[in-house]
Design a protein. Structure first.
Lengths: 334, 289
């Protein structure tokens, strides 16, 4: 496998009247060709900002990319001209969004919108574009694609709309697909279906996927590797199996412990009532205007040591496929 | 599933609009008034009993009667025929003005709302300046400066109407540009101009149609006012405002001269206003379904 996208030390700041918040702090991650990388973390931890930075769609101002590089096939996207960037978007890197309800323009038919996208990006004539659109809809398992093309977005269900979005983005043959919480707004059954379609297409056509989610269940189901973010920093990165079997960072451990389990009583024997409470990480996400010094997780951490509130932990490789940023592991803390 | 005849969804939308229109008595009243006016304007050449500008001094200032239903003017011209031809001028003026003002105003508003910031500020302050004049006074000044004729009057009124549309569309653009489908379009490489033309403007169309209909009434009124003070259509053009202007001198003894053109202005403007009001309800997506 070779590297498709390589983010190095990406820092992003947003300023508002309260001050400057460092939304991303030296985030580094790589995506290999054909791999599905999960990016997980709580709301507001910088997952979506990372995705938008890759496409250079951070609103500036108030946002600003202060340092770092985003290398796509070896070239730094941050140095591209707006024109060159537009050619990347949609053609090389596509993105699907969380809200399938409103990601389609309500005043045009599905066919109208899909056709425009493929005509512009692939330079097809109308009839060829129609055939391709129907074919793409067929590939996302849409029943009766020709009829769907004639419908307006409000005539489709949420799952169907999200599949339309996937079909639309994949019609341009991107090398990287960024999926920003693609299944959050969908029913669980539909969610599974959409994820299956997404992974199936990724495998078949060797498309890399950056899957942003806060759902560890989704991660376990579809991702090859996982990167965990907390308050604008990458805290742990590992292959999916390794991460679930051997989570090192206390935050990751907390996330995994917070997954509801059907087969066992969490808390187990100590629970006198027999009812079991779902584990939750104490505290809340810190404000990014004045983030906690040192490790940003230390105020909520159950095992934080002396230097956790002063030194920033660096991401270190503890095994060939597992990196973590925690003093407790690398020996700086306890 | 039993859908033997599939039709394009636009067909269903149009059918729904038609049904809502039919079930709305005021809308129908407006539509009927305007259809009659429109028909009259289109067919004035065939329907009008006399030539609207041929002089016949023998029949000057005749009261309404069998030969001349609406009477004649001081040159012996048939007022009914003149009023019918006047509908042609007034309606055409109205549509041309709304077309120009609605088109330019929408684009200006969409640009201001979409780009925001400095561009928005500059554009909208200019619009505010235009709006700060009473529209009739500004139109008068412009028409006078450009020289009194029909085309200049159209341009002057259109100019005055632009800010109305710009304001409306700017507001809509502000909310539409935050919709996820705009972000999605940007993420698939759309350029700003494309987004404005293909996403912002079509989503503002409903409101523009409503405002356009209401503005048609205003426009006809302002246009007639300009002609009334001699800055629009010039005699002997059978324009309603111009006819009232001349008829004013005869109001004491020949009431019919100014009254009939006035009634037509009134009816047309009411027609546009009630249709516009009804359209606002009918095209409102919250009421539609």
């Amino acid at each position: 496998m070779s590297t498709l996208l390589n983010i190095e030390n990406l820092s992003v700041e947003f300023s508002n009247y309260q001050g400057i918040s460092s939304v991303l702090d030296r985030v580094s991650l790589t995506i290999e060709k054909g791999e599905i990388l999960g990016l997980v973390g709580e709301s507001g931890c910088g997952k979506s900002v990372t995705a938008l930075s890759i496409l250079r769609l951070i609103p500036e101002p108030p946002g600003r990319i202060t340092s770092g590089a985003i290398r796509f096939e070896g070239e730094d996207l941050l140095k591209f001209s707006p024109k060159r960037m537009r050619q990347i978007r949609g053609n090389e890197i596509s993105m699907i969004f969380q809200e399938p309800m409103s990601s389609l323009n309500p005043v045009f038919t599905i066919g109208n919108q899909m056709r425009e996208v493929v005509r512009i990006h692939r330079g097809l004539r109308r009839r060829e574009a129609d055939t391709l659109c129907a074919d793409m809809l067929h590939q996302v398992q849409m029943p009766d694609p020709k009829e769907v093309l004639k419908k307006y977005p409000h005539q489709l269900s949420g799952g169907m709309r999200q599949r339309v979005m996937i079909a639309m983005e994949l019609a341009c043959n991107p090398k990287l697909l960024i999926a920003d919480e693609p299944t959050t707004a969908l029913d669980v059954t539909v969610q599974g279906q959409v994820l299956a379609i997404l992974t199936g297409l990724s495998r078949r056509r060797n498309i890399s996927v950056l899957l942003i989610t806060h759902d560890m269940g989704v991660v376990a189901q579809v991702c090859d590797r996982v990167a965990v973010m907390y308050a604008g920093r990458l805290v742990e990165m590992a292959s999916t199996g390794e991460l679930f079997a051997n989570p090192i960072h206390p935050y990751t451990q907390g996330l995994i412990a917070s997954i509801p389990k059907m087969d066992q009583q969490s808390g187990g024997a100590q629970e006198t009532s027999g009812e079991h409470a779902l584990y939750s990480i104490p505290g809340t996400v810190p404000t990014l205007i004045q983030p906690p010094p040192g490790c940003r997780f230390h105020p909520r951490c159950t095992v934080s040591g002396s230097s956790c509130d002063s030194d920033v932990p660096e991401l270190r490789w503890v095994s060939p496929d597992h990196a973590v940023a925690c003093h407790r592991i690398t020996g700086g803390g306890l | 599933m039993k859908f033997p005849f599939y039709r394009h969804p636009k067909y269903h939308e149009l059918k729904l609009t038609a049904r809502l229109l039919r079930n709305n008595p005021t809308a129908m009243a407006g539509l009927v008034i305007l259809s009659v006016m429109g028909l009259m304007a289109l067919c004035a050449g065939w329907l009008a009993p006399y030539d609207p500008i041929r002089l016949s001094l023998a029949e000057r200032l005749q009261p309404p009667g069998m030969a001349h239903w609406f009477g004649t003017d001081e040159m012996g011209r048939d007022i009914l025929s003149r009023v019918m031809h006047g509908a042609r001028i007034s309606l055409r003026m109205g549509f041309v003005v709304v077309f120009i003002a609605g088109g330019l105003g929408s684009v200006i508003g969409a640009v201001a709302g979409y780009y925001g910031g400095r561009i928005d500020n500059i554009i909208m302050r200019v619009m505010d300046v235009i709006l700060s004049f009473p529209s009739l006074v500004l139109a008068m000044a412009l028409a006078a400066a450009m020289g009194p004729n029909l085309n200049n009057a159209i341009m002057a009124v259109a100019f005055v109407m632009i800010p109305k549309f710009a304001r409306l569309v700017r507001g809509e653009a502000l909310s539409v540009k935050e919709m996820p489908f705009i972000a999605a379009a940007r993420a698939s490489g759309a350029r700003n101009r494309w987004i404005i033309v293909h996403h912002i403007l079509p989503n503002c169309l409903n409101s523009v149609i409503v405002l356009g209909t209401l503005t048609l009434g205003d426009t006809i009124l302002i246009a007639a006012s300009l002609s009334f003070i001699g800055l629009g259509a010039q005699p002997p053009t059978p324009e309603w405002g111009a006819m009232i202007s001349v008829g004013r001198k005869f109001l004491m003894d020949q009431w019919w001269y100014a009254t009939f053109p006035g009634l037509f202005i009134l009816t047309t403007v009411i027609g546009f206003n009630i249709l516009g009001d009804a359209l606002r309800d009918i095209l409102d997506p919250r009421i539609r379904r």
